[in-house]
Design a protein around this ligand. Structure first.
Ligand code: PLP
Length: 358
């Protein structure tokens, strides 16, 4: 089977097999890694290795802390303003789709925000805005928040505002899909359940000078400084998820790192978009310049066929293609663990389905 779920998403088969093999007795410890103290030497080594592998993959500069936190992407919707939005300051939010909208709604609980809603802009307007850096970011803002890959809308943009203001990026559904220049960001965060590992675990990469003050009134579990000073072990971290993330990072290195993943991901996405564009039976409404490599929403010409499309796809081992409830239609998520063969199997099914029903 190929699982096209937007998250929790499929993990690499090799990772699942290794986890299964060492599930009960991890490295001769006589117990599962899940049952080990997070403060044991062996677990601390595992944790440090996972961090190092991630640092290698993303070339994370030394002045950034890597935090393994709880609470998912939504936890960070609260953590970001709590850590970074100091009184008297305003935070800027670029609203490009469903998830950045959810982020700004949460931030409003904690302080002043300004929204830049780009959802209705045409691709041409977006392009000229990016080209002229005309995002109208206030240079005294605490930070500017964006979501470079909108999981629901299938919109991805790699162009960022040119600004001295720290950029905070929700990379939940794009992290590790391609190389990124970490130094352009103040904070990057990601829920793990797409390209990293099991849900709940949350990765935060934060520039050191943005850590909050020591005495800041921030719930301890969301406090970046506390997490950094305690090697993400202020409380019990999600240890099993951390272990699985570590296996994923090793797998990514074996695949040739993020440059190799970028090539594969681009090819997968192109395979699917090319067929959708060729076909009269399916369509994708996102401008080609801003189409996501990771999440491909598409619609059938006859929406009444949606249920039978999903059902027949499942019978062929193509899982979780039903679109997000807010958008409808279909959505195929093509995260790192999805092989090219999975996309080809999907395209072949789509062709057959269109032939019979078109
Ligand atoms: N941000 C993005 C871009 C997402 O895709 C998601 C979930 O799919 C979230 C945030 C919310 O993540 P979580 O469910 O881990 O809180």
């Amino acid at each position: 089977t190929y699982n096209f779920c937007a998250g929790p998403a499929m993990l690499p088969t090799a990772v699942m097999q290794q986890a299964q093999q060492e599930f009960i007795n991890w490295q001769g410890q006589g117990c599962s890694v899940m049952e080990l103290s997070h403060r044991s030497k062996v677990f601390m080594q595992l944790a440090a290795q996972a961090e190092q592998d991630l640092r290698d993959l993303l070339a994370i500069p030394d002045n950034y802390k890597v935090l393994f936190m709880h609470g998912g992407g939504r936890g960070q919707f609260s953590a970001v303003p709590l850590n970074l939005l100091h009184s008297g300051k305003t935070a800027e939010y670029i609203v490009s789709g469903a998830w950045s909208l959810a982020a700004v709604e949460e931030a409003k609980k904690f302080g002043a925000v300004r929204e830049h809603d780009i959802r209705q802009k045409t691709a041409a307007q977006l392009r000229s805005m990016v080209a002229s850096s005309d995002w109208q970011i206030h240079e005294d803002a605490a930070y500017v928040h964006c979501c470079p890959n909108e999981t629901v809308d299938g919109l991805e943009f790699t162009d960022l505002p040119q600004t001295q203001v720290p950029i905070v990026a929700d990379m939940s559904s794009t992290i590790l899909s391609r190389p990124i220049d970490i130094a352009r960001y103040g904070v990057i965060y990601a829920g793990a359940q797409k390209n990293i590992g099991p849900s709940g675990l949350t990765l935060v990469i934060v520039r050191e000078d943005l850590l909050p003050a020591k005495d800041a009134a921030i719930p301890a579990i969301l406090d970046y400084r506390l997490a950094a000073e305690n090697d993400s072990m202020f409380n019990t971290p999600p240890t099993y998820a951390w272990y699985l993330a570590g296996l994923v990072f090793k797998w990514l290195k074996q695949q040739g790192g993020l440059a190799a993943m970028a090539q594969r991901n681009q090819r997968k996405a192109e395979t699917l978009y090319r067929y959708i564009d060729e076909s009269d039976f399916y369509r994708n409404d996102v401008d080609p310049a801003y189409r996501s490599w990771m999440n491909v929403p598409f619609f059938l010409a006859d929406e009444q066929l949606n249920d039978s499309f999903v059902k027949q796809a499942e019978q062929q081992g193509l899982l979780a293609l039903k679109g997000h409830r807010m958008v409808g239609g279909m959505r195929a998520s093509l995260y790192n663990a999805m092989p090219q063969e999975g996309v080809e199997a999907l395209v072949s099914f789509m062709k057959d389905f269109a032939k019979v029903n078109g």
